[in-house]
Write a protein that binds this ligand. Structure first.
Ligand SMILES: NC(=O)c1ccc[n+]([C@@H]2O[C@H](COP(=O)([O-])OP(=O)(O)OC[C@H]3O[C@@H](n4cnc5c(N)ncnc54)[C@H](OP(=O)(O)O)[C@@H]3O)[C@@H](O)[C@H]2O)c1
Length: 370
């Protein structure tokens, strides 16, 4: 009896401590937005947000221009693209992710990842790049006139045949499509591949990459994007407003799911007994509550221990090898980034985010910064 009471009080005490720690972490969660926005001097323009929220919370501020460290390069950004990832960072949802990004306010006030631009200065240890090189890659805070990037991270030379807009479209969406199909999906020539969400940023790259790797591709999209997905090489297109792919009777070796619009059981129903289901996204750009797609990911992970079907999610990892590989595909004409909208300045980022938020972009949304 006594042990039970001690255990009960100990559990309560630990719970109280955890709640208190969370409360303190929440209240003290802050950022340097005020100091950054008070900057006066010859700096640069960047998109910042002091709080989580809608695109209305975004503003273009004059901030200090970064200076490259010994292992860094300073890039003048020419074009950037926006991704659902940026939208989640802006909104701070699902709330679980705030453990890493700041509980009450975003720790990092800058936004964006994908960029393409020109090297302006290099650090003393940098040998791979010289001023004047055109480069592209992924780095936090890319929606700015300048960024500093570690030369050994995800940044590579932009081939001359690839435009700044095309290069800026590539990093997050292109690498996700490639790694989802090749690494997680282990696509093989002749396989039947279903791409759910074939007309968006990831999907338009995935259809083309899957075709180039020999897949027999079925894309799922809405009526207005059927022609686009066909033009990218899809062998078959399913209009999700008229037909449910789960009732088609066709069985796939690999499913790349960019939207998570159906229960896992629907995907398993059309997946071959040893097929692979790769969850890329789920829930889209709307309120994702506390946990977002995590319960679904957990369900897939648990289920995959009891079936020969391989069910799982992937998180793209930006690296030099895959960025160069994709740029090479554009150069050789195997891959063509689909650009839906091309906004003309940092001042239009909020508008770009509003369009992204609708969740029906045909390919990528670019922001020109030059
Ligand atoms: N795991 C990772 O590392 C990773 C990396 C990048 C992105 N993601 C995630 O992947 C998802 C897709 O990213 P994205 O850049 O491709 O987004 P996006 O450009 O906004 O595209 C969303 C696509 O979803 C389609 N869609 C909407 N409702 C649908 C439905 N009921 N059935 C089928 N398709 C539907 C839309 O097609 P229609 O316009 O034709 O309706 C649109 O093509 C996002 O959730 C993103 O967060 C994950």
């Amino acid at each position: 009896m006594k042990i039970k009471r001690v255990l009960r009080w100990s559990a309560l005490f630990i719970l109280l401590l955890a709640v208190l720690a969370l409360l303190v972490a929440y209240v003290t969660s802050t950022n340097n937005c005020d100091r950054i926005s008070r900057f006066t001097g010859a700096g640069m323009k960047a998109v910042i947000r002091c709080d989580y929220g809608s695109p209305d919370a975004l503003k273009v501020a004059d901030v200090q221009k970064p200076a490259p460290g010994p292992d860094e390069i300073l890039v003048k950004v020419r074009a950037a693209s926006v991704n659902p990832l940026d939208w989640h960072m802006m909104e701070g949802t699902p709330y679980l992710m705030r453990i890493g990004t700041g509980l009450r306010k975003p720790t990092d006030v800058f936004l964006g990842v994908d960029y393409a631009g020109t090297v302006e200065r290099v650090g003393s240890n940098v040998t791979q790049f010289t001023p004047g090189d055109d480069v592209f890659g992924g780095r936090d805070g890319a929606l700015a006139e300048y960024i500093c990037v570690r030369a050994d991270h995800a940044v590579v030379r932009k081939p001359a045949a690839v435009t700044f807009e095309q290069a800026a479209a590539l990093p997050v969406a292109g690498v996700t499509a490639l790694q989802g199909l090749r690494d997680k999906g282990r696509i093989a020539a002749g396989q039947k591949v279903l791409i759910n969400g074939a007309s968006g940023g990831v999907g338009t790259f995935a259809v083309q990459i899957a075709k180039s790797l020999g897949g027999e591709v079925t894309g799922v999209c809405s009526t207005k994007h059927i022609a686009l997905v066909k033009s990218l090489g899809a062998d078959r297109v399913i209009d999700y407003t008229k037909e449910n792919f789960a009732n088609s009777g066709v069985v796939y070796d690999l499913i790349l799911d960019n939207v998570g619009t159906q229960p896992l059981s629907a995907f398993r129903h059309v997946l071959s007994p040893s097929g692979r289901y790769v969850a890329i996204g789920g829930g889209g750009t709307h309120d994702q509550g506390i946990t977002g797609p995590f319960p679904r990911i957990l369900q897939a992970w648990l289920l995959s221990h009891f079936t020969h079907q391989k069910l799982g999610m992937m998180l793209a990892e930006l690296n030099k090898r895959d960025l160069s590989f994709l740029a090479g595909m554009i150069e050789s004409g195997q891959l063509k980034p689909v650009i839906d909208r091309d906004y003309k300045s940092l001042g239009q980022v909020a508008e770009a985010m509003r369009y992204l938020e609708q969740g029906h972009a045909a390919g990528k949304i670019i922001v020109n910064i030059d």
